[in-house]
Design a protein around this ligand. Structure first.
Ligand code: DC
Length: 235
């Protein structure tokens, strides 16, 4: 059976997954699947509907309803990027705020939400996307695509991740302090690692890449080398 090549990239918040995954996809002519955006979209939609994010039943209903109506759609975008459309609206910076980051982490611990989003992710990869997909998230190598051609666990020290996140937020005009950003990163790590369902963890067969002392270019080059070695084997 032929399917697109799949590269799974998991790791904690702020490890540089989004930039590395996007550039890796670009270099390989693959499409990016940013799965965190889906959890962010559910948190955003629930919030807009006035649903408390710790109300598991109602948040699950929001996620189920979006999926059932086909109202949440993933589309490939220019430059190996990804566009997420919710109820006809392309979501951008509104799902990148610290509040939605924390909200996404909260709703991602709800089993019904994870179940609702699972097929969406698998269908995207099987739906004839170009040559392949670089999927990034927390449970890609462990749950979503356990048979991925290559699994990378990208991480970095908490200090470095907080620093990068802070630079990113500041570039978007946010006033959040480095201290606050660090606290958010630590809380999110804890929530994502300790939830009972599909927690953040390195798959046994994932290659560990510590980007603490790497520039983005070097992290991309390293992942690209791993991908070429592995995809070469796939033939
Ligand atoms: O990658 P991100 O920061 O956009 O992800 C936001 C939250 O979504 C993250 O804190 C946990 C959740 N998430 C998840 O549980 N599983 C994924 N595959 C991707 C993200």
């Amino acid at each position: 059976m032929s399917r697109s090549a799949i590269i799974a990239m998991d790791g904690p918040a702020g490890a540089g997954k989004s930039s590395v995954a996007r550039r890796l996809a670009q270099a390989l002519g693959f499409t990016l699947l940013d799965t965190g955006a889906l959890y962010r979209a559910v948190a955003w939609a629930a919030d807009r509907a006035g649903v408390a994010l710790d109300d598991a039943a109602r948040v699950t209903h929001v996620a189920d309803d979006l999926v059932r109506r086909g109202a949440i759609r993933i589309e490939p975008a220019e430059g190996s990027g990804m566009r997420l459309i919710v109820d006809g609206r392309a979501l951008g910076d509104e799902i990148r705020t610290p509040e939605i980051s924390m909200g996404a982490s909260k709703v991602s611990a709800i089993p019904g939400v994870r179940a609702a989003l699972l097929d969406l992710q698998r269908d995207f990869a099987e739906g004839g996307v170009a040559r392949g997909v670089v999927a990034e998230g927390r449970d890609i190598g462990t749950v979503v695509f356990p048979d991925a051609d290559l699994k990378i666990f990208l991480t970095a020290s908490v200090e470095e991740r907080a620093r990068r996140r802070h630079v990113e937020l500041a570039a978007r005009g946010s006033q959040v302090s480095l201290e606050q950003t660090r606290a958010e990163v630590v809380t999110r790590d804890k929530q994502d690692e300790e939830r009972p369902i599909a927690p953040l963890r390195r798959a046994d067969d994932a290659v560990l890449v510590d980007s603490s002392a790497l520039e983005v270019d070097d992290a991309v080059a390293l992942c690209l080398r791993l991908a070429r070695e592995r995809l070469g084997e796939r033939g």
